[in-house]
Ligand binder design. Structure first.
Ligand code: AMP
Length: 190
């Protein structure tokens, strides 16, 4: 299997790129943010629980997120591999993912990070907010809170995967096609 963590701050382009990469490499794309939004839309128990955290731009608690992720992986028994988008976001989640894959005799092949300067991220998120109507994309203070969550809880994952020689970064500024090309060069070798 090819299991890849697509990494980067909010607005880095993970979702956009995952759509192309999943086709190209025949992988299952799991976006935890998308699954939460689907549950919110359908007013499930999980959605109701996640909504207050998401609306503020806070992370949803680890246990809830990990259980959801595991269920999603289990739904795809025949997968050739996964692109994890927006997961893991804490060291606790990363360890849980390693343990979970380990039990299956699988592993993460690599973490591929999209690097984009913060001023561009804010621009992209506010622009997306105009059409997505996502509450967490429309308000500068919520966006700032998401960056804070990223800085304080998520950036440590770079070291986590570096320690396993699995960290690769890619310039996330340019056209969508250019960035897909850059990512593909890394994916090809994983
Ligand atoms: P995203 O679509 O990846 O930007 O995620 C939107 C929101 O969903 C985040 O701000 C969190 O509230 C929640 N979320 C998504 N993935 C996770 C995760 N792995 N851990 C905790 N919260 C998450």
């Amino acid at each position: 299997m090819k299991n890849i963590v697509l990494f980067g701050p909010p607005g880095a382009g993970k979702g956009t790129q995952a759509k192309f990469l999943k086709e190209k490499y025949q992988l299952i794309h799991i976006s935890t943010g998308d699954i939460f939004r689907y549950n919110i839309k359908n007013e499930t128990k999980l959605g109701i629980l996640a909504k207050s955290f998401m609306d503020r731009g806070d992370l949803v608690p680890d246990e809830v997120t990990i259980n959801m992720l595991k269920a999603e992986v289990e739904k795809n028994k025949d997968a050739r591999g996964f692109i994890f988008d927006g997961f893991p976001r804490t060291e606790y989640q990363a360890k849980a993912l390693d343990d979970f894959l380990n039990e299956k005799g699988e592993k993460i092949n690599g973490m591929v990070a999209l690097e984009v300067p913060e001023y561009l991220l804010v621009e992209r998120l506010l622009k997306r907010g105009e059409t997505s109507r996502r509450p967490d994309d429309q308000d500068k203070s919520k966006i700032q809170n998401r960056f804070n969550e990223y800085e304080t809880k998520t950036t440590v994952l770079k070291e986590y995967y570096e320690a396993q020689n699995k960290y690769f970064d890619v310039d996330g500024v340019g056209s969508i096609e250019e960035i897909t090309e850059r990512l593909s060069t890394v994916f090809d070798n994983l």
